[in-house]
Design a protein around this ligand. Structure first.
Ligand SMILES: Nc1nc2c(ncn2[C@@H]2O[C@H](COP(=O)(O)OP(=O)(O)OP(=O)(O)O)[C@@H](O)[C@H]2O)c(=O)[nH]1
Ligand SMILES: [Mg+2]
Ligand SMILES: [Zn+2]
Length: 345
């Protein structure tokens, strides 16, 4: 592909990784677009001129896809002109092909079917946001981190609402103590300069996502980065932790140059892991490091002899709660995995 053609795509997050997926770069370049928003029956895309277009996919194509192969926010696709276009406000196209992503964040969807659900594709940085008006839920953070393949997606913790002094100290210490390897950024919306460390990470072409419970301030931070109130934020909320969700779908925003890209997401009620979970990431890296020294390579750190992890717990180097949460996630995952492989039969 010509370098000048690639320039704008790179601003939109294009990586050389995708080059070989384009058969005819000179011709197909005009067909490349990125998904910014997902509706029930159509997608909103940004094309290589930064214009908003509508993308449709045929029901037949979607029916034959595995859930994790559905086009989702952050995906790159190839479009084809839509002969039956009826959209007036924005030109509409048919999505013909989804390019294989270099990273995905996938959870097991809530509900009885437990299908995989892609939260976002082609992500470089995941900001896991918590706030000072709720007691810190460390187990939720463990789960968010376990959704990430941290070899590709860099996790960053954000503690927002640092103006709420009552719980600032406790929450700050809890994050530092439990996730010493993960960078932590402290923010408050009345001091936009506190977002500077976020902006520094979001260089041009970097795609990031805000994850975290409802009410922690993800959309507030998105608006501050955009310098514009594009995302709805409830001005007064007394029950932030009680599940009133303001944002209801995921949206990708291109930040003003020279900054990168942010995807705002709704708070999740449940974070169930899929079989592709990542317990080797920084949330549990101490346990996985120690496990290398266990006698059995498949040690579950329960009753096995010569277990290095149990020994570390006895010595007080690893907390017993942390080990038990690790084991719970492992078990939950095996259960999910078995139920999904039975369904496939
Ligand atoms: N005191 C204080 N309040 C804040 C701060 N940041 C956000 N808020 C308030 O917190 C509430 C929730 O903010 P949102 O940005 O809607 O939270 P969200 O994470 O996007 O929530 P969902 O969309 O439901 O997932 C709003 O009333 C914000 O004004 C902050 O730094 N300090
Ligand atoms: Mg929101
Ligand atoms: Zn062990």
């Amino acid at each position: 592909m010509k370098t000048e053609n690639k320039h704008y795509l790179k601003t939109l997050g294009w990586k050389d990784f995708f080059d070989h997926q384009i058969e005819n770069p000179e011709k197909d370049y005009h067909r490349i677009a990125r998904i910014t928003h997902e509706h029930k029956d159509h997608y909103v895309l940004m094309n290589n001129n930064g214009e908003k277009i509508i993308g449709l996919i045929s029901g037949k194509w979607k029916k034959n896809l595995q859930e994790q192969d559905y086009p989702s926010v952050g995906d790159w696709v190839l479009t084809e002109t839509n002969p039956t276009s009826t959209q007036i406000k924005y030109p509409s196209f048919v999505i013909e092909k989804r390019l294989i992503p270099y990273s995905q964040i996938i959870r097991r969807a809530a509900g009885t079917q437990k299908k995989a659900q892609v939260l976002a594709s082609n992500i470089d940085i995941a900001f896991i946001v918590s706030s000072c008006n709720q007691e810190m839920d460390l187990k939720r953070i463990d789960r968010y981190i376990a959704l990430l393949d941290t070899k590709i997606i860099k996790p960053i913790l954000i503690l927002n609402k640092c103006d709420l002094e009552v719980s600032f100290q406790n929450n700050h210490e809890a994050l530092q103590k439990n996730f010493p390897q993960i960078p932590l950024i402290l923010t408050r919306s009345d001091q936009p300069e506190s977002l500077f460390p976020i902006q520094q990470l979001l260089t041009q072409g970097i795609t990031s996502v805000f994850l975290g419970s409802s009410g922690v301030g993800k959309s507030t931070l998105t608006n501050l980065l955009l310098g514009d109130s594009k995302q709805l934020v409830q001005p007064i909320r007394n029950d932030d932790s009680k599940g009133r969700h303001t944002t209801t779908s995921r949206t990708l925003f291109l930040l003003p140059t020279p900054l990168g890209i942010i995807i705002d997401t709704p708070g999740l009620r449940e974070i169930q892991l899929t079989e592709n979970f990542h317990l080797d990431g920084p949330a549990f890296s101490d346990i996985s490091q120690l496990a290398l020294a266990c006698r059995f390579s498949d040690c579950k750190h329960q009753t096995e002899p010569d277990c290095a992890v149990k020994l570390a717990v006895q010595k007080g180097e690893v907390s017993a709660q942390k080990l038990s949460h690790f084991q719970k996630l492992l078990k939950e995952n095996q259960k999910n995995y078995h139920s999904s492989s039975q369904r496939k039969k």
